[in-house]
Design a protein around this ligand. Sequence first.
Ligand code: AMP
Length: 284
Amino acid sequence: MILCKTVAALQQEVKTAKNTNKTIGLVPTMGALHTGHASLIDAANKENDVVIVSIFVNPTQFGPNEDLESYPRTLEADCILAEKMGADIVFAPTPKEMYPSKDMTWVEVCGDITKVLCGATRPIHFRGVTTIVSKLFNLTQPDKSYFGQKDAQQVQVLTRMVKDLFLPVELRIMPIIREQDGLAKSSRNTYLSQKERVAALVLSKSLKNAEQLFANGQLNAQKIVEETTCMIKSEPLAQIDYVKIYAMPELTPIDGLLSGRNLLALAVKFGKTRLIDNTILEVK
Ligand code: AMP
């Protein structure tokens, strides 16, 4: 496996792959890799000749009081896991490499899709995501790029970006990987104290409960949100940012669950750690 730390080195590798007609799969990450990331790399390995994993804690998607500085950086261990899962290239640039000058070009998806849910409390987040993913797409020219359903809103925003800009890449969306007890895998789980880690189980439990309500015929979105909120509030360490249901793909507000895919998404803080999770309630 090759580790590229500069744009120039990566471009050389991409050129070689393209010249030999190899298909390229890209897995963008912020590192501190876990089995959630591993599942994306594994999928990319099965579907492409060359797998590129990017590891970059992207400063432009963090707000002023967020965890940019403390975000875990574990490049050595990440390279070992990436190689084990079939990565051919790890691209781990510095911020200067990705953002060479202060004045820059943004790629931004406008409209409610970036303003609801995480966009409400993290107003610059998605602009940072779409800008860095555009840069990565341009540098790696992937046939397919892999993202996790764990970041459900990110998936919808990137889908819109690809559609609106006619980008020649297929987005492959992989299911949420969880710990055995149900907690969705996240690089931020390492921030949790023992007590918070136990408390955080209320997230997957409340989503399971919502799935059960839905399976039993509850189609009133408000009722599902209320019961899910109530369950999370019963956990004293949980501070809710949002619990919401929107219709996919545009994340439109709804009262009753619409035919098709409806996203039940939540963001909840445990101490200083903000966790997100979601499930899709599909009305056939
Ligand atoms: P991150 O490093 O957190 O920015 O995540 C990089 C990619 O891995 C994103 O597409 C995430 O959605 C995906 N990912 C993170 N956690 C999980 C998980 N538990 N299951 C599946 N994919 C995940």
